[in-house]
Structure formats: C-alpha cells, structure tokens
Design a binder for this molecule. Sequence first.
Ligand SMILES: Cc1cc2nc3c(=O)[nH]c(=O)nc-3n(C[C@H](O)[C@H](O)[C@H](O)COP(=O)(O)O)c2cc1C
Length: 322
Amino acid sequence: MVLTRSPVVTEALRAAVRAPSPHNSQPWIFELGPDTVDVVLDESRILDACDPDAREARLACGAALLNLRLAIAAAGRVSEVELAPERARPSLLARVTLGPRHRPTAAERRLAAAIPRRYSNRHPFTDEPVPLRLRTAVREAAREEGARLVLVDEAGLLEATAGLIRRADHVQGLDTAFQRELRAWTRQTAEDDGVPTYAGGPRSAGGLLAGRYVNEGGAPRVFEQDPLVAVLTTPNDAPISQVRAGCAMQRVLLTATDAGLSASFYSQPVEITAIRAELRDLLGGTVHPQTVFRLGYGYPGVKTPRRPIEEVARDRDTGERP
Ligand SMILES: Cc1cc2nc3c(=O)[nH]c(=O)nc-3n(C[C@H](O)[C@H](O)[C@H](O)COP(=O)(O)O)c2cc1C
C-alpha cells in the first residue's frame, strides 16, 4: 500500500503538526517513503534571532515526532524510530518505520487523545497547587524519553529562576533583531503559522514571571502567586539530544493536558547563551536546560492554526506533495 494514501499516516501527520514550536514557526517537513515517515528540519524556518543554533526548532520537531509515534500506536500499528539515520544529512532528524499491527495501551490512547486538546495558555492559572501525584507523573513522562524535568518547587530556586526569566526578557526587549523577528511572527489576521494576537496573554500585575506575546492593550491581571515552573533538561546537548528533549517536552505536555493541566513557555533564559549558563549553574551544573514552562490549572483558552499537511509532507523520492 502506498503510505501517502494510508489513513493511519494521514492521521499521524495531522497529529504531528499540532506540536508546539517557537513563534509557531512549524519548522518541519515530513518525507514519506513506502513504509516510512522521515522528520526533516526545515532550515528555512529556523529563527535567526532567538534560535540561531536551531535548538528550539529541533525541540519542536521532536514534539512532532512524539505525536507521530503516539498517533501511529493509537491507530493500532507498531512504529520504530531511528534518530539521525543519515550522518551525511543532519537535517534528517528521525525516520519512523511502520511495523505490524499492535494493540494500543491505555496510556497511548490517552496521550494520543490529548494531542488535539493541548495548547499554550498564557493567561493566569488558579492558585490550586498541582498535586504531588501529577508532579511525579510529569517527571516520569520526561524520564521515559531520557530527559529530566526539574520542578522548581523550592522558594529560593523559584525566585532565582524567575529572576533569570525577567532578566533575559529585558535583554530581548532591547534587542532590535529579536523584536523585529517577534513582530514578524505575530499575526494580526488569520494565517496558518505565527502567533495570532488572540493567543497572547494579559500583562502581569507585578508578577514573578515575564511572559512573551503580551497583549499590551488590556488591563494587567494577577497571575498565580506560587507558579509551578519546570525546566526540561538533558544529560548532554548534541542535536540528537535536542530532538529527544522535544519528545520528552511533548510527553510532559500531553501528560499534563490529559490530567487537566495547562502550560505556557518561558524560553527567554534558554535563548541567551550567558543566561542559559547561569540557569545550568543554578540547577547544579551537570544538566543542560532545554526549555522552561509553567504548569497549573487554567481556564479554557484558544488554539492556534497550523499549515495543512499537504504543505509539509512530500514524497521521499520524487519530492511531490501528496
Ligand atoms: C521550544 C519552544 C519554545 C517556546 N517559547 C515560548 C515562549 O518563550 N513564550 C511563549 O509564550 N510561547 C513559547 N512557545 C510556545 C509557542 O509559541 C507555541 O507552541 C506556538 O505558538 C503554537 O501554539 P500552541 O502551543 O498553542 O499550539 C514555545 C514553544 C516551543 C516548542
């Protein structure tokens, strides 16, 4: 059977593109073979100002890869993943090969069902604390993909981490190239990439954290008093580790979504090399911070658009779109 006509692959691609990405840049291409889906980094969509090393682009592709795996599993097929399958082609991040039939586990079904429900929620969360059992579940989700999720739940560490977020946000506020790029990816009208203004959050009234995509027009709002900030880390920092980190990030976010939690990112301190080094030191100096987000109980928010799968998928041999 030609895969491009397989409903399993079509649905898996629809799931893949729901992954989060910096500025909703969607830096992925899916090349379809007879029984494979290759996840390729779209180098034309790397963000020069905030992500010159393509770390966040690889995280986004890793998240898309996890969505692919889960959707294939939930559709009742085995998949095997090879990371960086061709040394000579570093933009080819992963090859997913479809295998025989498979009985999906309850966890695969639940996480796959969470894919279309996940979105970034930049609004204040309630002050209800995230229970211990869910803190354990999100940590375990990261561990399953070879990463470590540090929950910043000690007051001194939270204050220091929040300080790095605010300082990095300030530095980016003064960086004209960063600001130009941010504006270029902020959308006033409906488009299928970039961050629509309606997905922005309110200004924070004297809050601990500094958000991005703030709707300056509205009244400031009080955010949760004791936010649960999480730093996703990996034991090393090679490009392949960044793809793994993306799988871990997405497994954490889907586990959180399934449990009724919301999340929003604060990647400013990871985007500035010197501040990222400070964050690494703050966490003990042995792990590599990959991304930062907060978790909590939010109110329903809004989803952002994606490019159609016809635009991001192509035949591996002919380059033709499906
Ligand atoms: C690696 C990475 C870094 C991100 N950094 C930020 C950030 O600093 N601030 C923010 O508000 N959103 C951030 N985002 C969220 C994206 O803007 C969001 O995923 C994208 O706009 C798509 O929207 P969705 O998550 O609601 O599907 C980040 C996403 C990824 C994957």
